[in-house]
Design a protein around this ligand. Structure first.
Ligand code: GLU
Length: 545
């Protein structure tokens, strides 16, 4: 009895050959330089910033080479809840308008010729290739209990290819046909393992598009390629899918470098052309002591891409920040090309940073302020409303009902101004920032020692208050009254002899601002007054601090 008999014995249900499968996946017709990349997330219910970072690199490589980007869902781990998790993934990708050339819709329809784009629908394919390897004597069924579950896969991922690692041959690698038959007749479950051809002392070299040539100990372990439930661990599914789907560059996190020798042996065993890898650095954060640690799901809300959706960061800001992390040249390019879209910034995989980028929310906020300041008022209103419709329904109703008012709010100190205010970095902060347009202020940022003077001034100011016709008129009125009440109307005079005055005009403007907004600092007060209208302004001037 030979290996073909063993293959037929353990896979009686697999009738399709690997040639027939290859015939379903014709070679892609690529022009010189075109790259095929993919994003291959496992739907876990959360899109980690590190994964999104890879997706974004893949997206850029495809875009920069006029190539193809596809989405493959790696969901063979059946223990995880999938439907909701997939929805979260698609929502995040939609939010960032991350467009794929090929993918499967949430309704299960494949768009593209290389599907199914969901691994749990490809089990027949993995089995056919496993059967082929068994029939060639390159893989074998393993009946040991330890191959149950996924522990073994996890071990493989963590394997460190150090000098003193020994080969790990599995005891089942030499079972005879009769022994296997007995197990099958007993109904024993089995996994399939690769029969490594290495002895444990070989080293291999492989090329990484970011890190250059790497050297490591070759794989010398009979690792699992098909679990006892018939699903493939990552390496086997990766080798088969990326080959059939015509991927030319695999962008993945550098935690996969350790298991790359095993992947290389698999490609060889399967007779596949070795794929190009691009292992991107992981994202770090600095802790309070300034030490680096990996950005973590547990401590860093911003490690979850949903954070940026929920807080209403414009996607361009996030993309610009990611480009900053990918390539340090982006910052200079941005300075030299302030009006260009980030999409025009091109980089090669070899230019991706090899140094772990540090995530810094303050820096992202700065970038975001710059992005938002470039948006006109109408657009800002639209974005704010779109965001509110998803994350704050009540707010969205108010914004819609009082459209004109809030468009005017969004235009304040922005449209047509040579130096627009740069103080908004996300849509979630706008309600609080502009709270005084939603209701009269209830708290006032006034200092205790100013209260008496403020009350005195406002008493006089509100007496004959009429809505001024212009900013100039408003200021003139305040100035005249201030002068009459003993405030300096000339700042030079005031600076020379401050003790001769109750204060300066800036101080009384602050009193009016405090009454109307509750804040010491705000966009142009006259504009705020115009938006609120005469009645409301009068009402607010009645305040006694
Ligand atoms: N599903 C794997 C992960 O999320 C994909 C890795 C890869 O891109 O090859 O880590």
């Amino acid at each position: 009895m030979n290996n073909i008999d063993i293959a037929n014995l353990i896979f009686p249900e697999v009738s399709i050959s690997t040639d027939e499968i290859f015939a379903r996946y014709p070679k892609r017709n690529l022009k010189e330089g075109q790259m095929v990349t993919r994003f291959a997330p496992s739907p876990t219910g959360l899109v980690h910033i590190g994964n999104f970072f890879q997706a974004f690199i893949s997206y850029n490589i495809a875009k920069n080479t006029d190539g193809v980007l596809f989405l493959r869902i790696e969901d063979t781990d059946r223990k995880r809840e999938k439907v909701e998790a997939k929805k979260v993934l698609y929502d995040v990708l939609d939010n960032f308008e991350m467009k794929f050339d090929e993918y499967q819709t949430l309704d299960g329809e494949d768009v593209g010729d290389y599907g199914p784009y969901v691994q749990s629908q490809r089990v027949e394919i993995y089995k056919a290739f496993a059967k082929k390897l068994v029939s060639e004597g390159k893989a074998f069924p393993c009946f040991c209990k330890k191959t149950e579950g996924k522990e073994d896969v996890l071990k493989l991922r963590e394997t460190k290819f150090s000098e003193d690692d020994e080969k790990e041959y599995d005891p089942c690698r030499d079972l005879s046909y009769e022994e296997i038959k007995k197990h099958i007749e007993n109904g024993d479950s089995f996994a399939i393992r690769l029969k490594t051809k290495n002895q444990g002392n070989e080293r291999i070299k492989f090329n990484d598009l970011i890190k250059g040539e790497l050297e490591a100990k070759a794989n010398a372990k009979d690792f699992v390629i098909l679990k006892s439930d018939g699903t493939p661990p990552y390496p086997f599914a990766h080798a088969i899918d990326d080959t059939l789907m015509g991927t030319t560059i695999v962008v993945r996190g550098e935690e996969y470098i350790a298991s790359t020798p095993a992947h290389i042996e698999l490609f060889e065993a399967l007779g596949f052309k070795q794929i190009q890898y691009c292992h991107n650095p992981l994202i770090y954060k600095l802790n309070e002591l300034g030490n680096r640690r990996k950005i973590s799901k547990r401590y860093d809300p911003e490690s979850n891409m949903m954070y940026f959706c929920e807080n209403g960061y414009p996607k361009e800001a996030v993309f610009e920040y990611l480009l900053n992390m990918i390539n340090s040249g982006f910052e200079i390019w941005r300075k030299n090309n302030p009006d260009k879209s980030w999409k025009e910034f091109k980089f090669k995989p070899s230019q991706i940073t090899t140094v772990a980028p540090i995530f810094d929310l303050v820096k992202l906020n700065d970038i975001s302020k710059n992005v938002i300041v470039g948006i006109c008022g109408e657009e800002l209103y639209k974005n704010w409303l779109e965001w509110a419709k998803v994350y704050d329904i009540e707010l969205s109703k108010v914004l819609e009902k009082e459209r004109d008012k809030f468009v005017a709010v969004c235009k304040m100190d922005r449209d047509g101004k040579p130096k627009p205010r740069k103080d908004i970095f996300n849509y979630a902060m706008m309600k609080e920032k502009f709270h005084y347009f939603f209701s009269s202020p209830v708290t006032f940022a006034i200092e205790e020692q100013d209260k008496e003077k403020a009350n005195e001034f406002l008493d006089a100011y509100r007496k004959d208050f009429k809505m001024p016709a212009s900013n100039e008129e408003w200021f003139e009125n305040v100035k005249t009254l201030a002068g009459e009440m003993g405030y300096a109307t000339d700042n030079k005079l005031y600076k020379a002899n401050p003790e001769q005055f109750k204060g300066n005009v800036a101080k009384v403007c602050e009193f009016v601002r405090l009454a109307i907004t509750g804040e010491k600092d705000s966009p142009t007060l006259f504009t705020i007054m115009e938006i609120l209208g005469e009645e409301e302004v009068k009402e607010r001037l009645n305040i006694r601090f």
